[in-house]
Write a protein of this length. Structure first.
Length: 342
């Protein structure tokens, strides 16, 4: 039992590190720009580098609380004595009980003057305890209402900034993309009410488990699926990002972040195997020889498959197949294949 607790604790810790690394990768300006030009009307057709240059400062990653009254922070300018209200930026490590927006940032419009607020959220799976769209609506409402006293004061509602809450939901049945926003239905008459229906926007991005083919309609999903994949190697990810999206992977720490993610993903998987082995041994002792014998058969079959894979790799190498071709067929990393060949 003690070993199970240790393995569970380590796996949970590595999972938390993996999630944090994924947010840091998604929070890279050039990655955010590629998302914006594909989901926000204002930036469609623009160059990714240009959009990246319009993002103000550094995105806030797991720093801004969601809860009522905590999103903003009020301070006083020591020189002028003026009251200043800004986003409440604190590390999520301070209070693990709080809920934080994954990523928040400001981006300027094409004119370089007006700006909008962007919120990006990533979910491993569609939640079962609540409807994900309800949560997205709540986040959107918070990011609109929290602008009072920060983006505008008193009753100057014309200064409310347009905002987008973009949700990436992985492991879905199919790839999907939805824009949810306000519309006006005239039930009687055609009064032209003054105001901006485009203030609140929700974008839901559903990612299937498999990386989609290289087609224009899948550009966004192919990029996000690659970034968040737990099966692709770091080099495979970096190669696709550079060749298909012209993303400078050697800038801004993208290469390092991708490698960290892949290493952490392997670590979580290894912890899971170790925990499973400990649990299996415990079950074997408890249930007796029958379970032990069955488990032995499973291990034997697994080892047989491993030997079969090694044989396939050696035969492909002997016939002159490239490392990339062998990687595609066996779904193994370059280092693993080289080790077997050597």
């Amino acid at each position: 039992m003690d070993n199970e607790i240790v393995y569970s604790s380590k796996a949970t810790d590595q999972k938390a590190q993996y999630d944090a690394s994924a947010k840091r990768l998604l929070g890279q300006k050039i990655i955010l720009a590629h998302i914006l030009i594909r989901v926000v009307e204002e930036f469609k057709g623009m160059d990714a580098d240009t959009v990246a240059s319009l993002i103000e400062g550094e995105p806030y990653i797991s720093q801004v609380p969601v809860e009522l009254g905590l999103t903003n922070k009020e301070t006083v300018d020591a020189r002028t004595g003026e009251r200043i209200v800004g986003l409440n930026t604190e590390s999520s490590e301070i209070d693990e009980g709080k809920i934080y927006f994954d990523i928040i940032f400001y981006v300027r419009m094409r004119d370089g003057l007006a700006k909008m607020i962007i919120n990006l959220e990533a979910q491993k799976n569609e939640p079962t305890k609540y409807f994900i769209l309800n949560r997205a609506i709540f986040y959107t409402a918070r990011l609109v209402s929290s602008q009072k006293e920060r983006e505008f004061t008193g009753s100057d509602y014309n200064e409310i900034k347009q905002m987008y809450s973009i949700w990436i939901c992985m492991n879905m049945k199919e790839n999907s993309l939805s824009h949810i926003h306000m519309v006006k239905d005239d039930l009687l008459g055609e009064q032209d009410w003054k105001g901006n229906l485009d203030i609140p926007n929700i974008v839901m991005i559903g990612l299937a488990k498999e990386i989609p083919p290289k087609e224009e309609r899948y550009e966004l999903h192919r990029l996000l699926g690659t970034l968040l994949s737990q099966t692709m190697t770091a080099e495979q990810k970096l190669k696709l990002m550079k060749q298909e999206y012209d993303i400078p992977v050697d800038r801004h720490g993208i290469r390092d972040e991708v490698k960290i993610m892949c290493n952490l993903s392997e670590g979580v998987e290894e912890m899971g195997y170790a925990k499973g082995e400990v649990a299996g041994k415990a079950a074997g002792r408890a249930e007796g020889e029958k379970i032990g014998e069955a488990r032995g058969k499973v291990i034997g079959r697994s080892e047989g498959r491993s030997e079969e894979r090694v044989d396939i790799i050696l035969k492909m190498h002997k016939k002159g197949y490239t490392l990339e071709q062998i990687m595609d067929v066996t779904d193994m990393s370059e280092s693993e294949i080289k080790a077997i060949i050597d």
